[in-house]
Design a protein around this ligand. Structure first.
Ligand code: ASP
Length: 440
């Protein structure tokens, strides 16, 4: 029998009705034996996620203030689900313990993790699955770093004989028992870790969209869904701002060759997006996706005979390193070098960086160009297609977008384009149209 790990995001478990949809999905395939729930998310657009309620409640506890009302709001959210599912389940003991731990200041991570912990107990009760507390099987070291090997060992041992189990997402614990969470959205990582530990055939990640979209729906109305994407392509797109899956969620399954299927809890019949290690399936439009981020600065450094000065680039990049500013791209000319950096991070250290560049590198001039956006056009299909770059740039020219920077990775998997922030939307529209809408 197939082994499938299913992770449900917060909006898929925000209410009893959503829980029922998840339950129907799980029961529809006997292979769906391992379930990783998030905490209840938003029921409507200006609702608050339980995780955020927990953070706010714990902030009061930390200041020594009364948090009774806030904890009651959280409790009500869970009982609304329990009653809606007509479950005979009490969380009184758990809430008493949480109150006690909050008063003893058990930590922000402990507080946030209770969202998944309690939802896991409900899910296990609802499905009749075994509940496995993630604190016992997901391991962090004393500095709060996740320990993959130890976790894999503990988790595979614990789940070896489990027929069906619910493992709450988002958290684990350090050796001394202190609860520790991943970064926000981290239940995706738990799902991936569980999939690896049980050697799953498939990791299904259920959310509220029918997969990854070719472009941001806030810019393109009703963009196409990506049917298949490779891990590498996904890395490129998520790095540039496409969000659906936590960036770190691909590492545990990637090495094991376990595919991830992004699915929509509200439209389970939609095929969603398959994320795979490799495929010879051609993407429909040459490109797989477009993503971008605004607010970068180009630091242009000019120096006569720069090309003959061995180690010049190193000196420049060291200045950024010393100031803790990471660089995105470094296009260069014979006597010029440009460093693209995040604008907010740069601004914090602007004067230090500029004077250090002046001192260490003695350039002829430094020129700053702020308010730039970077757009990544990603696609495994580019390698075997002539003219992809040509199409991108003629589309941009027709849309009156001035291209400030071009960078094609040697893998021919992506082309990165720098444009003014003001041209960001027009540029993405033009690229989407040429490949997807018009399909020249
Ligand atoms: N509940 C956590 C969050 O809101 C983790 C998750 O949902 O994956 O970030």
């Amino acid at each position: 029998m197939k082994k499938i790990v299913v992770k449900f995001g917060g909006s898929s478990l925000a209410s009893a009705d959503q829980f029922k949809k998840a339950g129907d999905i799980i029961r529809a395939d006997k292979g769906r034996r391992f379930v990783v729930p998030s905490a209840p998310g938003k029921r409507f657009s200006d609702d608050t996620k339980v995780t955020d309620l927990l953070y706010a409640c714990y902030a009061l506890a930390e200041e020594g203030q009364d948090f009774t009302a806030e904890l009651k709001t959280i409790k009500d959210r869970y009982y609304e689900i329990i009653h809606g599912l007509e479950l005979d389940l009490s969380l009184e003991d758990q809430f008493q313990e949480i109150e006690k731990q909050f008063k003893q200041q058990a930590g922000t991570d402990y507080a946030a993790s209770r969202g998944e912990y309690l939802n896991g107990i409900i899910m296990a009760g609802y499905l009749g699955y075994e509940f496995v507390d993630a604190a016992e099987v997901v391991c962090f070291d004393e500095n709060g770093n996740f320990i993959p090997d130890q976790t894999n060992e503990a988790l595979s041992k614990r789940l070896k004989d489990a027929e069906c189990a619910v493992i709450p997402g988002f958290y684990g614990a350090r050796e001394d028992g202190t609860v520790q969470t991943f970064s926000r959205g981290g239940s995706d990582i738990t799902g991936s870790i569980v999939a690896k530990a049980v050697k799953a055939d498939l990791y299904e990640n259920w959310t509220d969209v029918s997969g990854f979209l070719v472009a941001d729906p806030r810019i393109i109305s009703n963009p196409e869904v990506i049917t298949t994407i490779t891990y590498k392509e996904l890395r490129e797109l998520s790095y540039m701002g496409a969000t659906v899956l936590h960036e770190d969620a691909i590492f545990p399954v990637r090495k094991e060759g376990i595919p991830i299927n992004i699915k929509n809890t509200n439209a389970p019949e939609d095929p969603g997006t398959m994320i795979v290690a490799n495929t010879c399936q051609q993407s429909k439009y040459t490109i797989t996706g477009i993503a971008g981020t605004k607010d970068f600065v180009a630091v242009n450094i000019e120096k006569d005979m720069m090309h003959a000065e061995i180690g010049f680039g190193k000196k420049v990049l060291e200045v950024f390193e010393d100031n803790g500013v990471s660089f995105e791209h470094v296009p260069s000319g014979i006597d010029t070098m440009t460093v693209f950096v995040n604008q907010a991070a740069f601004l914090e250290k602007e004067q230090e960086i500029l004077s250090q560049l002046q001192r260490n590198c003695q350039p002829d001039s430094i020129d700053l160009e702020p308010n730039l956006a970077l757009i990544a056009v990603v696609g495994r299909g580019m390698k075997s297609h002539r003219g992809t770059a040509g199409r991108i740039f003629s589309a941009l020219a027709h849309a009156n977008v001035n291209v400030k920077m071009i960078d094609q990775g040697s893998s021919e998997l992506n082309i990165i384009i720098g444009v003014a922030n003001a041209d960001f939307r027009d540029a993405i529209k033009a690229i989407y149209d040429i490949f997807v809408t018009i399909q020249l």
